[in-house]
Design a protein around this ligand. Structure first.
Ligand code: VGL
Ligand code: ZN
Length: 216
């Protein structure tokens, strides 16, 4: 682990963003991330080290355009050309109001200050907590973080190569420092997506640490 000149001291201008720690992304769920549930105890401990904890919740209407079931003759993990570009098709997951969309039962973030729901527009997916997959429609997170005076986003959760990746890169694009706590994330790793995500995050100036480096 190369920490370079990363600031490893957590301060009140840092926000911890806990990404999509929901049942459907955990073993037994509809879009299970290998070992997705394994990060929950570490995320709980991390949260205690931060004054500010924010969460995202993947939150799709039934029949969402990112579901393979919405496309005749398509199977999960194939792709489709959406109006905004290539979209991976997923098993139905995180449908609004279902148990699969609930947060993992062992997640203990009583002080979380924001739950940002994303992916609620039927025809547009949203990996990033900042911009939907058309890369144009904002979620409002930039304004929230700016008006609260945050300077850095520290990311944990699921999945490293999709929602964590896009959120971290967009945080940089919006002018925030971004730090991914690698051992508090797990990846889907579809066709080399983890390696590609690491490279994209590195090029965007995202830092990587393990929780221990932050004293957790
Ligand atoms: C995610 C695929 C589809 C994620 C969400 O949270 O990384 N991945 N929806
Ligand atoms: Zn989703």
């Amino acid at each position: 682990m190369l920490n370079g000149d990363l600031d490893l001291t957590i301060n009140d201008q840092d926000a911890l963003l806990v990404v999509d720690l929901q049942n459907d992304f955990c073993p037994g769920g509809a879009l299970a991330v290998p070992e997705g549930d394994a990060v929950v105890p570490l995320v709980n401990r991390l949260a205690q080290a931060f004054d500010n904890v924010l969460m995202t919740q993947d939150w799709h209407p039934p029949g969402h355009g990112s579901f393979a079931s919405s496309h005749p003759d398509k199977a999960p993990f194939e792709t489709v050309e959406a109006s905004y570009g290539t979209q991976v098709l997923w098993p139905d997951h995180c449908v609004q109001g279902t148990e699969g969309a609930d947060f993992h039962a062992d997640l203990e973030l009583p002080g979380a200050q924001l739950v940002l729901r994303k992916g609620f527009r039927k025809q547009v997916d949203s990996y990033s907590a900042f911009y939907e997959n058309d890369r144009k429609t904002p979620t409002g997170l930039t304004g929230y973080l700016r008006s609260r005076g945050f300077k850095r986003l520290v990311l944990a959760g699921l999945a490293t190569d999709f929602c964590v990746h896009y959120s971290a890169v967009d945080a940089r694009r919006e002018g925030f420092a971004a730090l991914v706590v690698e051992d508090a994330c797990r990846a889907i790793d579809l066709d080399g997506s983890l390696a590609a995500a690491r490279q994209a995050m590195t090029e965007a100036g995202v830092g990587f640490v393990d929780a221990a480096a932050l004293g957790v």
